[in-house]
Design a protein around this ligand. Structure first.
Ligand code: ADP
Ligand code: MG
Length: 259
């Protein structure tokens, strides 16, 4: 089981779109996949076609150990993957977990019991470096960082990288940055191309080969409750996420060969 947190403390940078589409694309490739929604907004949950309002239990109950993952997970109606859903309840978790022991390890513990059931677990983190994101980083083996190639893209990246370093040093020795994923890319924009080239220069093979273009079909899909890769498989955005899934599967295989 490979666990990846999809994180960037900025909002609107494509975390949820990446989490939902990568999960659906991995599942379409036959990978046993679980998507964990760690954002109280529940966008990943809705984007998979799961109604966040009608949930008996969610990731909130799992973190507070009021429900097991077995009881809280649901199957995505459109894709062949599981979802551990979230809704507004999760907004209270931060405060309610303050006094709990090992509060940052709650998700890790919940996932450990199901290690044999999944090839990939993807965690959609909220736009903050909060206790929820910390739970995601403590549970994960690696971080996928979606980012737009704009002037301010690198600003804020150092905060995230420092947080990841601290978690690595004190809480989770397994954690590493898997890569930066360029999203909402516009190839006709000179600045996008410059920032993209800069990223490759600075971060080398930590930049994924796949580039996800700005594509309106990806933005339309959530309102139908269907991941973009299933909504319009032929669209450029969907094709990019399908290619990204293959890139991730290759990475994971290359680690196994090195062992
Ligand atoms: P985050 O989870 O980081 O807040 P989202 O994935 O919700 O970001 O994306 C923010 C907005 O941008 C959403 O409206 C989403 O539909 C849109 N979006 C994300 N990726 C793309 C893309 N490649 N092309 C067009 N729109 C996109
Ligand atoms: Mg989001």
């Amino acid at each position: 089981m490979h666990i990846f947190a999809i994180a960037n403390q900025k909002g609107g940078v494509g975390k949820t779109t990446t989490a939902v589409n990568l999960a659906a694309a991995l599942a379409a490739s036959g990978q046993r996949t679980l998507l964990v929604d760690l954002d109280p907004q529940g966008n990943a949950t809705m984007g998979c076609g799961v109604d966040k309002r009608g949930l008996k239990s969610s990731v909130y109950q799992v973190l507070l150990q009021l429900a097991t993952l077995e009881n809280a997970r649901v199957q995505s109606p459109s894709g062949k993957f599981d979802v551990l859903p979230a809704n507004r309840d999760l907004a209270g978790a931060e405060v309610e977990m303050v006094d709990l022991e090992s509060r940052e390890m709650r998700l890790k513990v919940a996932l450990a019991a199901h290690a044999a059931e999944y090839d990939f677990v993807l965690i959609d983190c909220p736009p903050s470096l909060s206790m929820l994101t910390l739970n995601g980083l403590c549970a994960a083996h690696g971080v996928i960082i979606p980012m737009q190639c704009e002037y301010y893209a690198l600003e804020g990246l150092s905060d995230l990288v420092n947080t990841i370093k601290k978690v690595h040093a004190h809480l989770n020795r397994d954690l590493k940055i898997i890569g930066l994923l360029r999203v909402m890319f516009d190839p006709r924009n000179t600045l996008s191309n410059q920032v993209s080239a800069q990223l490759e220069q600075h971060f080398g093979d930590k930049v994924f080969k796949t580039l996800v273009p700005r594509n309106v079909r990806l933005a339309e899909a959530p309102s139908y409750g269907v991941p973009g890769v299933l909504f319009d498989r032929a669209a450029k955005g969907a094709q990019a996420y399908l290619a990204f899934a293959e890139e991730m599967i290759e990475r994971v295989h290359s680690w196994k060969e090195k062992l």
